[in-house]
Ligand binder design. Structure first.
Ligand code: NI
Length: 170
């Protein structure tokens, strides 16, 4: 398995809109496994293909404590079932070391395909609902910082840019 490079805000490639997946082959499975490996290695609970510069609608998620319950979501969509807004301290592997309160609808119905192309419908609440909405945002080129005030977003941007300038070049 390969550890993939994760793009960091404000990389413009994080703004690309992902296109649907139509081919369900071994390449897709291998790439999804690499994404899962990358997510676990980075201690994340979700990763969208956009974040590793692959602009197709693929997400991996694992919200279990033991990291042994992965979800592979292909072409995921959701509809809001309970529009009560809840807030949650969200983090993002593309916005490393920042955790911010983000407000999202509480309960969703999630429709997705698995890596074989079979369709599934599931109800998601709590951290799974938050994570799914966060990752589907990535596929649209949207980031959690977009929910913050411009001032806060700019502050995060300059901190991350400074960090990047300080890091060793190779
Ligand atoms: Ni993220």
């Amino acid at each position: 398995m390969n550890k993939l490079n994760i793009l960091t805000f404000p990389d413009p490639r994080l703004r690309k809109k992902a296109s649907p997946i139509t081919v369900f082959d071994e390449n897709l499975k291998n790439f999804a496994e690499d994404m899962l490996f990358t997510m676990y290695e980075s201690n994340g609970i979700g990763l969208a293909a956009t974040q590793v510069d692959f602009h197709k609608r693929l997400i991996v998620i694992d919200v279990s404590d033991e990291q042994n319950d992965p979800y592979f979501l292909v072409n995921p969509t959701f509809k809001v079932l309970d529009d009560t807004i809840e807030h949650f301290k969200e983090g993002c592997l593309s916005v490393p070391s920042f955790f911010e309160d983000i407000y999202r609808p509480k309960k969703i119905e999630l429709t997705f395909q698995d890596l074989e192309g079979k369709q599934h419908v599931e109800i998601a609440e709590g951290v799974l609902s938050v994570c799914v909405q966060h990752e589907i945002d990535h596929l649209e080129g949207k980031l959690m910082v977009d929910y913050l005030s411009p001032l806060k977003r700019d502050r995060i941007k300059s901190k991350l840019q400074r960090k990047k300038d300080d890091s060793p070049k190779n």
